[in-house]
Design a protein around this ligand. Structure first.
Ligand SMILES: NC(=O)c1ccc[n+]([C@@H]2O[C@H](COP(=O)([O-])OP(=O)(O)OC[C@H]3O[C@@H](n4cnc5c(N)ncnc54)[C@H](OP(=O)(O)O)[C@@H]3O)[C@@H](O)[C@H]2O)c1
Length: 307
């Protein structure tokens, strides 16, 4: 498979590194679209500040979108479908916000839009949800934002204040450029909307996810939960009723021995309750360049196996 990278930052550069490290996968990088094409990146043979240099390259099979943000990501994914390319994206914001338009473009082009990396990093939650198509998902509860989990578990472990734990998350490079994405729940709301859309096979507006901010959570509240054998966590949850889906992101007390209490630092976890298959649990690295890149390469290889 020959892939073009839209973006060669934390995730895009890791995709190039992993592809070079594992030649048996036969994934070839055609080049990358970046802002600063004068700065070399390992494993990327051709850098361009004009995305159409790559989108118009007939030898490219798959476009991997790892730019982030709504634009130009949305327009370039649409342009990729118009040119008959498959698209793999890690971009929860563009995908959740423009789900219907992107899926329609893929259908018209008879190409695939794959997005495992957009939720849960290396934790294969989208694949799992797809495999559960034979039953009814009753509820989904997850720790889908690594930054807020890092903050809460740091406050718990070190008895630090919220602001200090946030500072540590920023120094470790875990926070988005816009801190509100994590702290006010936009990021997990986008991810939850993508999960709901995957389960229901229809668009789900991320604006319908009720959000409670994690800002200013106190050490006392965490300690109080702990005394009662609970843990305070930032949970993204969806309940699938007969008529409607209720979705929310907010602080919730979970049992100390539960899968949602287990992730430390930026890890993610999810618990999917089904009507016929009991409860499925997942836990794994929710972010990080290489972990996220494995999910992207998995999607690329799934496309390769269909050729
Ligand atoms: N980082 C993670 O752990 C993680 C995990 C899961 C999902 N994701 C998702 O993956 C995507 C990429 O994240 P990232 O952490 O790799 O971001 P990043 O490090 O900021 O990299 C973004 C890349 O896109 C390029 N870029 C951005 N805007 C551009 C524009 N307007 N024109 C041309 N190039 C542009 C940048 O070019 P320059 O290099 O020249 O600046 C850079 O190479 C996001 O959607 C993010 O939500 C990230």
């Amino acid at each position: 498979m020959r892939i073009a990278l839209l973006g060669a930052g934390t995730v895009g550069a890791a995709v190039a590194r992993l592809a070079a490290r594992r030649p048996a996968l036969k994934i070839e990088i055609a080049g990358a679209f970046v802002r600063d094409a004068s700065r070399a990146r390992d494993g990327v043979p051709r850098l361009t500040a004009n995305a159409f240099d790559l989108l118009d390259d007939a030898t490219v099979d798959v476009v991997v979108e790892v730019l982030g943000g709504e634009e130009p990501a949305r327009s370039l994914m649409l342009a990729a479908f118009e040119r008959g390319k498959h698209v793999v994206t890690a971009n929860k914001m563009a995908l959740a916000t423009h789900w219907a338009e992107l899926q329609a473009a893929a259908r018209v082009a008879k190409r695939e839009l794959r997005y495992e990396a957009s939720v849960g990093g290396a934790m294969p939650i989208i694949a799992t949800l797809r495999e559960l198509a034979g039953t009814k998902v009753v509820s989904l509860r997850g720790i889908l934002n690594g930054t807020t989990n890092f903050i809460l578990t740091k406050m718990e472990d070190d008895a630090t204040f919220f602001e200090d734990a946030l500072g540590a998350a920023q120094r470790a490079g875990y926070t988005e450029a816009d801190a509100s994405m994590d702290l006010d729940g936009f990021d997990p709301a986008y991810k939850l909307a993508i999960c709901v859309a995957t389960i229901e096979r229809r668009p789900f507006d991320p604006g319908l996810v009720r959000r409670e901010s994690v800002r200013g959570v106190s050490r006392d509240r965490l300690a109080d939960a702990r005394r009662r054998a609970k843990r305070l966590r930032y949970v993204a949850a969806a309940d699938f009723g007969a008529k409607a889906v209720k979705a929310r992101v907010g602080l919730e007390e979970v049992d100390e021995g539960s899968i949602l209490a287990a992730p430390r630092g930026p890890e993610n976890a999810a618990e999917i309750a089904t009507a016929d298959a009991g409860t499925i649990q997942l836990r794994g690295p929710g972010a990080g360049g290489e972990a996220t890149a494995t999910a992207i390469l998995g999607d690329v290889l799934a496309l390769a196996s269909r050729r």
